[in-house]
Design a protein around this ligand. Structure first.
Ligand code: G6P
Length: 614
């Protein structure tokens, strides 16, 4: 949700900002802008559209600045246009600001500022912040960094900001509450960004700002303080472990395709180092210390959004089956506002690829306040949720850039399986032998994912060609494959803009069956598990109404191919692991249909990868 970058040092800043914004474009791509300090002035350039539009707009200008800030926007307040694009300038022209987040009391602040003569150019909440800083600076006669700090004490809501002041152009003021900020430490230079991706090619040493911290950054000095108490605190310098090629396309046409094909490796990375030498136990360092409490849990409560919520649903089936503990799965946005019953004997598991989703983060905070033990399953190392939770595990999938989540989903399901096997073994709800068998099958999964990709990659193109003009799609699955049906439908909606619904196959007769006719493609996940016979009947129900069926089946199935229009074969594995394989053809189907429809696969309209607003 909006990407922000900043740089202060000796290098020409404009190319650095543009490159950084391109890396962050997955966070929002409604408009982009930069503010540069040059020849005693703050110059602002901003444009509706993508970072490349901004790049074209400034390409022939002589820009020599070595201090600057940049922003790529996902609109919240005010439509995407040039005026609402960031940076915003305060009325005096002294402060330029970029902001990721939402100022919740902006209306109240705006009224006050209007009554004091401030004139607003844009419809954004950010401009309120720019004028507020201006006012505190003017009235309080304090240093610019102090004006920013004091202004932030009056602000409610979420912000990651970088501010530049004309009166002190040798510094950038950076602050955070609930929206992520990373500062990279170079030699005589600092890099600021919403996440580490624009930083890694410049330096590996970083500081993650915590909530309510403010940093005053000069090219050779950084002072970190708390916003409320104004206490200086020592920065905690971390070393980044991601490599540059992990955030580039590596020869693929789109990040999404690269990430789909990366899954054998990303799943392997999730499992690696977490299995005992004899192959009978899972060892998750992050859970060892809290295992006693987990074993006493009355209930597991999973909270997540989007694709992560679908992984949570698979997790419900897995954890109940293996650990025999009741599991509930909630959308984080519902959980946080519905006054849920949480006790100290509950374990809350927050699942989030980015580790920054505002609703999931708020759900974590709520569960903590109410005394639950909160675990995180996240991908981005050092993000807010893993820092806020008591314990947890990383999925170690590597950076996911495509807005439609793919490898994060299979990583999350793998992580949930590992967690379930570890808990089940400790709780003795599964035997050593069962644990060993599950682990052996899990270790084969990366290879089976490769096989799945090879099996289906060509035939899917033919299917996509046949259905690329469809206006609706229905996805059906049962048991472990029901959440996969939801995920398949979500993928198609997100990137091809075709309306699609996922349904538990047996529920079809309570409504969606009315939609079925010869124009309705129905994707049925019909793998060999305990619901196989039942799903065969569901297929017959669809065929009786002339629906077009695309079935995901296991290799060697001789029954279903005779009944349906298309089949896609995946290898056989334990049903608990099947979602990791059955989701693969659905990811590829959505991808190819979207490409054939000329959609922007990596940056679908209106969406953003990391939703840091509620
Ligand atoms: C956005 C993304 C989805 C993602 C969801 C939750 O909607 O576009 O791909 O599943 O947020 O994000 P999280 O980072 O918490 O998993």
């Amino acid at each position: 949700m909006c990407g922000i970058v900043g740089y202060i040092g000796n290098k020409p800043v404009t190319p650095l900002l543009i490159k950084g914004l391109k890396r962050l474009e997955y966070r929002g791509y409604d408009s982009a802008g930069v503010a540069l300090y040059q020849n005693g002035e703050i110059k602002i350039f901003k444009k509706k559209g993508k970072v490349s539009d901004l790049e074209k707009y400034i390409q022939n200008k002589e820009l020599t600045a070595t201090v600057g800030i940049g922003h790529t926007r996902w609109a919240t307040h005010g439509e995407p246009n040039d005026i609402n694009a960031h940076p915003h300038l305060s009325m005096s022209g002294k402060f330029a600001i970029i902001h990721n987040g939402i100022i919740e009391n902006y209306n109240e602040l705006k009224k006050r500022l209007l009554s004091r003569g401030y004139i607003f150019q844009s419809q954004t909440d950010t401009e309120v912040l720019a004028h507020l800083i201006d006012e505190v600076y003017k009235v309080g006669k304090v240093a610019p960094e102090e004006a920013v700090r004091l202004a932030l004490t009056k602000v409610e809501g979420a912000f990651g900001i970088v501010v530049m002041c004309l009166d002190k152009p040798d510094q950038l003021i950076v602050a955070r509450r609930a929206s992520p900020i990373v500062i990279g430490i170079g030699e005589g230079e600092y890099f600021i960004a919403s996440d580490a991706t624009p930083i890694i090619e410049n330096t590996k040493r970083v500081i993650y700002l915590n909530d309510n911290e403010i940093a005053i950054v000069k090219k050779d000095e950084l002072v970190l303080k708390t916003i409320y108490n104004n206490n200086i605190i020592p920065p905690d310098v971390k070393i980044l472990e991601i490599e540059l090629d992990a955030i580039e396309k590596g020869g693929y046409e789109h990040f999404m395709l690269k990430e789909i094909f990366e899954q054998p490796r990303s799943i392997n990375d999730c499992i690696r180092g977490r299995i005992s030498q004899d192959g009978s136990q899972v060892r998750l360092g992050g859970l060892q210390d809290v295992m006693e409490r987990i074993l006493k849990a009355n209930r597991l409560q999973i909270v997540a959004c989007g694709t992560s919520w679908h992984a949570g649903l698979v997790g419900e089936y897995i954890l109940e089956e293996i650990c025999r503990i009741p599991v509930e799965v909630d959308y984080a946005s519902e959980f946080r506002y519905r006054n849920p019953v949480i006790s100290t004997n509950d374990i809350v598991i927050a699942i989030s690829q980015s580790g920054e989703t505002a609703d999931t983060l708020a759900a974590v905070q709520l569960a903590k306040q109410q005394g639950a033990l909160v675990l995180g399953i996240c991908n981005v190392v050092g993000a807010s949720i893993p820092r806020e939770t008591h314990a947890g595990m990383y999925t170690h999938c590597g950076p996911e850039i495509g807005v439609a989540s793919t490898k994060a989903f299979t990583g999350q399901v793998t992580a949930l399986l590992l967690m379930a096997i570890m808990i089940g073994y400790e709780k003795k709800s599964i035997s050593r032998e069962q644990s060993y068998n599950l682990i052996s099958q899990l270790l084969e999964i990366p290879e089976l994912v490769s096989k799945t990709l090879n099996n289906v990659k060509d035939s899917i193109i033919i299917i996509a060609e046949n259905f690329k003009h469809a206006s609706n799609f229905l996805y059906l699955g049962r048991g472990y494959n029901f959440p996969v049906a939801l995920e398949g439908a979500l993928k198609l909606k997100e990137i091809s803009y075709i309306h699609a619904e996922g349904y538990p196959a047996a529920e079809m007769k309570h409504g969606p069956i009315a939609l079925i006719d010869e124009n309705m493609p129905v994707v049925v996940i019909a793998t060999k598990d305990k619901s196989y016979e039942k799903i065969v009947s569901n297929i017959q129900e669809v065929k009786a109404r002339k629906g077009k069926v695309i079935a995901i089946i296991n290799e060697g199935d001789r029954t279903i191919p005779k009944m349906v229009d298309y089949t896609l074969e995946i290898p056989l594995t334990d049903e608990k692991l099947m979602p990791i394989l059955s989701v693969i053809p659905l990811q590829l189907l959505a991808y190819h249909i979207a490409v054939m429809r000329g959609c922007n696969v990596d940056q679908p309209r209106n969406l953003a990868k990391s939703v840091t607003v509620e």
